[in-house]
Design a protein around this ligand. Sequence first.
Ligand SMILES: Cc1cc2nc3c(=O)[nH]c(=O)nc-3n(C[C@H](O)[C@H](O)[C@H](O)COP(=O)(O)O)c2cc1C
Length: 198
Amino acid sequence: MDIIEAVKTRKSIRKFKQEDLDLDQIKKIIEVSINSPSGGNAQNWFVYIIKNKDILDRMRNEVETVYEKITGKSAPGVYAFFNEAPVVLAVVQKPYIGALDAVIEKADANRNYDRKFIVNPGLQGVSSFITHILLVVHNEGLGACWMTGPLIAKPEIEKILGVKSPDNLVALIPIGKPVERQSKSSRTDIEEVIKIIE
Ligand SMILES: Cc1cc2nc3c(=O)[nH]c(=O)nc-3n(C[C@H](O)[C@H](O)[C@H](O)COP(=O)(O)O)c2cc1C
């Protein structure tokens, strides 16, 4: 698929056929996506490929339990459908310490706080990796959805998967053969999101 077409036609998929996916295809998707840029080429990501239905059900259960405990309501579908996909990727951010970190931390801790937690190059690298995954999934004729909603139960899911600090679970990506091909969601006009400085 042409890159422009891939970017323009990709959309979040939230309903999947109950068909298994080939593990080699998933590994290929990740292998291609590793070409993503990252700060200092740190490649500070790690991926759990979850195919085990019991584990996925336990994860969903935790999301629903925590959501209900906090809000008194049942979790809406957009938080909890991921266990219906044949494969779910759990994307973990590994620590990223840039070359500038030690220098700036000593000289100006406030400035470094903004850099680390607002600019957050470590998280930007992982986000780029996830974007690559979504596009490669689409190119393979599969569907996926980037999900942070379920991370309302981040510590509980990390415990199930065995993710330990300083690593951080940052997203789930259910992947499968799409049953839903709804129209693409709308986008803002380019003029609303640019300012030309000549
Ligand atoms: C950081 C991030 C978190 C998201 N979390 C969720 C989520 O928890 N549940 C969900 O159904 N979609 C989630 N989405 C998907 C967005 O809703 C979706 O990308 C957006 O509505 C645009 O639609 P499109 O992906 O079909 O173009 C997330 C997307 C991003 C980038």
